[in-house]
Ligand binder design. Sequence first.
Ligand code: 73E
Length: 794
Amino acid sequence: MTNTTIAPEDLQKSILQHLEKSLGKDTQNATLYDWRTSLSLALRDLVVDPWFRSTRKTYEAAGKRVYYLSMEFLIGRLLEDVAINLGAEDASRKALADLGLEYDKVVRDEPDAALGNGGLGRLAACFLDSLSTLGIPAYGYGIRYEHGLFEQHFEDGRQIEVAEGWLAQRHTWEFERPEVTYRIGFGGHVNGNWEPAETVIANAYDTPILGWKGRWANTLRLWSAKPTVLFDLGSFNRGDLVGAVVPEALARAISRVLYPDDTTEAGKELRLKQEYFFTSASLQDIVRRFGSEGYDIDTLADHVAIQLNDTHPAIAGPELIRLLADDHGVEMARAIEIARDCLAYTNHTLLPEALERWDLGLFARTLPRHLQIIETIEADHLSRTGSHVRIIEDHSVKMGELAFVMAHCVNGVSALHSELVKKTVFADLNRDYPGRIINQTNGVTPRRWLYNCNAPLRELINRTIGESWVDDLDQLKKLETHVSDAGFLEDFMAAKQANKKRLANWLGEQVGQTVDPAAMFDIQIKRIHEYKRQFMNILETIAHWNEIRDNPNGDWTPRLKIFGGKAAPGYFVAKEIIHLINDVSRVINTDPVTRDRLKVIYPPNYNVSMAEVLIPAADLSEQISTAGKEASGTGNMKFALNGALTIGTLDGANVEIRERVGEENFFLFGLTAEEVVNRRTQHDFSRTAIANSPHLARVLNQIADGLFSAGDPGRYHGLVTLLYEHDYFLVTCDFDDYHATQNKVDTAFVDRRRWSEMAALNTARSGWFSSDRTIEGYAKDIWNTPSLLDKSGS
Ligand code: 73E
């Protein structure tokens, strides 16, 4: 089947019925929330049919299924996604319009499901979309956090974190499964059998994930933690009111909140419990489903492919062995073999602070049986390979080594990153297990990141090459022949201009700032981190401001600099950088000399929905991390796909983007990964770099003098000192090249014809960065799972 087409009248009938029967409201009293929920329920009804059909086909095929285990699924809003995949967007628009409602306003009322920090969680969401679009039978497994990533507010330019509450409203897309529960044990003793001291219940909630044209739907199953005893009546009867609710509160704490640390390890007991909680529930579910279909447990790996999204679910190795050996009586050596045949592990970062290690004492106390199994895994690994790499070392359990040894395949997320994985963190294990490490360069779903978020460009592409690019993004190549056509380029730039106007309006509403849509929109949106170097960007912005002030009558290209992103609440330096950007923005935006030429805006609370407004409007994409540090990046791909040019280093997937779009259509600067490593060994490299850069020296003096922190001149003493003394991320060394390259961007932007060619070529040559291509790579090289869509596309 293809699209579920629904007539606007029928959809409207269904909306009104849900309003009345599901929400108990009449049209007189309905709020925006009621209308949005009614539309969502009406559309959800249409998802059920393809969802059931896919599930039935999956069981009939009796083939292999993918289980994607991830602590994070940063899915954002779902309403528009579902409407478009169902082919019901126009019907929704009409049905609502007849009720006096505006579709876009209703869509925007939905809170983001912010069950992730950044790239890793968003990648998992794009993968779900592609798995469904490709018709590969799959389940996503994760945690149903009551509070997703915190809301970011600014107070006097400082980041303040406020708890997020997406579940305060009814989450329309999910189906609670009260009957699907598993017991998850913690602590206790092993006397032959493991007797946990504490048990919580994992309860399933299912969200159907519909693919393009509604041809297929998979399931995202999220676990919520509940107590085994709902209420301690004994304590209550003794008059201990607080004691009566404690067991419940402790159990529920496990799925209460997402850890807000991106690319850093949380290292807390509750985090270990979260990891084990969702991994155990997912594996029990997988093994139960497998058993219910009547297969012999020895053939598990013929039917089950489990992908570990980083080390967060790395306890899956020992847990699966425990289920096989302790519960199903499989002999230990065979259990290890089966588990390894099922498991594969994706590494997302080389940053040492992100490599998970658990204190041995804490681990032994929390998961005593698993520690025994890990000792067995380690002994097996050492004896088979003669390796000297241990899993338990320095009084800790190393989850990277555990995941590596227990996976039949390990992958990095860009060509450069995968090579560095082989050469650095896992160099020894790579020798012990040659060929185990492979590459799967990340991708993004073109449905959300072009079709849904960029209507003007979507329409132009459809007019030019038809609609088949949406699930076959390589088709964008066909646009290349049109790049010599002045009319096409004008249309391309008109689409960009429409998006820039939309963003200008949005900024007016959200932050009360007026911006010039003719200015270059230069955007850096991502988590705030030293290695991503927002610091270098704001320093360069100050240098640019100085230049304009030095020559106020010069022919300056007007620029709007936009920053977006959150800092981990405990990451002090990142929060200082946020404060600095906001301070600089205040000074620059009120300077009458530069006002028409330079503006800096930092809208608070960057999230997926904000990205959907910002990315289509970008002229310039900032991908400026220290080479060797950004494993891949996925924002870089979204910008290029939407016709922004990149200013970037040879880091992560930038390398592959530049190769594909052409080096003449990419603004490259900076040290290479190899040069970065060498430069760090040079004595006083940062002082030397600052001494050799009059621009940078001047900017640092201005900051140190308190130019941006009136009344508090010492505010950025720490940040400035950091650059002189511990510039680990080489901001000082790359600064001049970055600044010179920004000047080249200014010049290039003025040549509208050439710029439009470069922008259009970025779109035309970004087809390879579809997550459909990535998922096809995983399916072929790692999972060995076929698509169950039949050839006619149904
Ligand atoms: O380069 C990105 C990459 O594009 C990388 O930093 C990010 O993963 C993206 C998707 O592959 C990432 N996130 C984490 N590690 N790498 C992480 C680590 C701990 C907690 C949460 C996220």
